[in-house]
Ligand binder design. Structure first.
Ligand SMILES: Nc1ncnc2c1ncn2[C@@H]1O[C@H](COP(=O)(O)OP(=O)(O)OP(=O)(O)O)[C@@H](O)[C@H]1O
Ligand SMILES: [Mg+2]
Length: 446
């Protein structure tokens, strides 16, 4: 990295601490400047551009968090790494919320400093290009930086996108982020779960219909493609779409031509497709359940999301994030257990367990006893359950919010009834209109 000399600003009131960092960084040929507090740092930033700020949090005159606020306000593209003397969750939460890219506990080892600096500098070209550089995607691991980079590229381009990854890794989050950071952000984002749509209604769901065009068509229906015109159509669980429907989808991706059922004329729509699947597309093409041409058409950019166990260094950041802004913290044992768990349900499972622990602790410090981790094999290789059985491996009541239990029950019932809502409603012992409302509420359809 020394061929371009990056300039790093260090902010710490303790001279010995900033000298320690300076020596380590100068050894790596970085250009380093040290300052003693936030005010001095702001003056330095006014006078010269920096590629990275590394700042202590607790300092006299202007502390690190206030500095960070000014930094993100005036120089949002400059990444910041914060230093904490003791791992205070409060400080870390504050720093991450204000946009710090990472934090280090003092004294940082040369290796952890080096790696944090590299990550921050790698992130830099992407940060600031899109407002805030995808702040909704929490994480500082190399794998997540790569994802952020791809999200930025995807948002700037106009190709169709395929998002792959295990359950709960953030496919929907990423898809929404692509939309919200793209030039189509003022246009619609229509989400459609291919697994839940009754197959016999495919034409009408996608293309819409005219009133009276078939029994039960008691009014005009716009259809997903026209709803998504000028925006994004998110096709979730693409792997469940039948071959004939894949062929129809491919055609409309190519020509944008939409003719509602019962209509005389067709119209042309402009839709950006973002598809998600938790299966690897290659074996699907091999076994004939995914059309090759559809795959190649959709994967203008393919974004593969890492599992949580492939980026364990992000677990503390995510855990603190899911705790919300309360002045709550984790005991060391609790944080260690979170970091070690296999997480077959990935980020969603971590979120549920952290939120469950928060409720269980009643606002006190979160300890090991508050975490419902028993269902995961902590000493195992961390391989976790295979994807498809991940949900089944975690008993419904463990670490899941009531909403999530309800959502799963609905998804399951619809699956069991092949999408037939009348039968699914019977199975769930609720009436059809309640089911329809809940399907909408949980975004289980477009
Ligand atoms: N990097 C991340 N930062 C913050 N939150 C995340 C991140 N990744 C995932 N989440 C959160 O985890 C939960 C699950 O994410 P999401 O619904 O996008 O997963 P998914 O891949 O679509 O899962 P599934 O395959 O089960 O549909 C959501 O609450 C989401 O906001
Ligand atoms: Mg999803």
């Amino acid at each position: 990295m020394s061929f371009v000399s990056h300039r790093i600003l260090i902010v710490d009131d303790e001279r010995s601490a900033s000298d320690y960092l300076r020596v380590l960084l100068e050894e790596r040929d970085f250009e380093v400047r040290t300052t003693a507090n936030g005010i001095e740092a702001l003056i330095a930033l006014e006078n010269q551009s920096y590629d990275l700020v590394i700042s202590d949090i607790r300092m006299p005159q202007m502390d690190g968090l206030e500095l960070l606020e000014h930094l993100k306000d005036r120089w949002p593209e400059v990444p910041a790494i914060m230093l904490t003397a003791n791992e205070s969750v409060e400080d870390v939460v504050g720093a991450i919320q204000l946009g710090a890219i990472n934090y280090l506990v003092k004294p940082a080892s040369p290796a952890s400093l080096s790696s944090a600096v590299d990550k921050a500098l790698v992130s830099r070209p992407f940060r600031g290009e899109v407002s805030g550089a995808v702040p909704e995607l929490i994480g500082a691991s190399k794998a997540i930086l790569e994802v952020r980079h791809k999200v930025v590229m995807a948002a700037r381009s106009d190709v169709h996108i395929l998002v792959t990854g295990d359950t709960g890794t953030g496919k929907e989050l990423v898809s929404r982020a692509i939309h919200s950071h793209s030039s189509l952000s003022t246009g619609p984002f229509i989400a459609h779960n291919c697994a839940l749509a009754p197959t016999e209604l495919f034409e009408s769901e996608f293309f819409g219909h005219r009133k009276g065009s078939f029994t039960g068509a008691d009014r005009d229906h716009e259809g997903l493609l026209r709803q998504a015109d000028g925006g994004v159509l998110f096709l979730d669980e693409l792997e469940t779409m039948t071959m004939p429907h894949q062929a129809k989808l491919l055609r409309v991706i190519d020509d944008g031509e939409v003719r509602p059922v019962g209509a005389e004329k067709s119209q042309v729509v402009s839709v950006r497709f973002v598809a998600a699947t938790n299966r690897d597309p290659r074996p699907m093409m091999a076994d004939g359940s995914l059309r090759d041409d559809l795959y190649y058409r959709l994967r203008g950019i393919e974004i593969n999301l890492p599992t949580l166990r492939e980026r364990r260094e992000d677990i503390p950041l995510l855990a603190v994030h899911f705790l919300g802004d309360d002045a709550l913290e984790f005991s060391t044992e609790a944080m260690e257990a979170l970091t070690r768990a296999p997480w077959p349900g990935n980020v969603r499972q971590l979120r549920n367990i952290v939120q469950g622990a928060k409720a269980a602790s009643g606002g006190a410090r979160i300890t090991l006893t508050h975490l419902s981790l028993e269902t995961m094999d902590l000493d195992g290789e961390g391989a976790g359950a295979p994807l498809e059985t991940a949900a089944a491996a975690v008993p419904l009541s463990r670490g899941l919010s009531l909403r999530e239990v309800e959502r799963r029950a609905i998804v399951q019932a619809l699956e069991d009834c092949s999408g037939n809502r009348t039968r699914a409603a019977k199975l769930l012992d609720i009436d059809r209109s309640t089911l329809r409302r809940k399907i909408q509420e949980y975004g289980l359809e477009g």
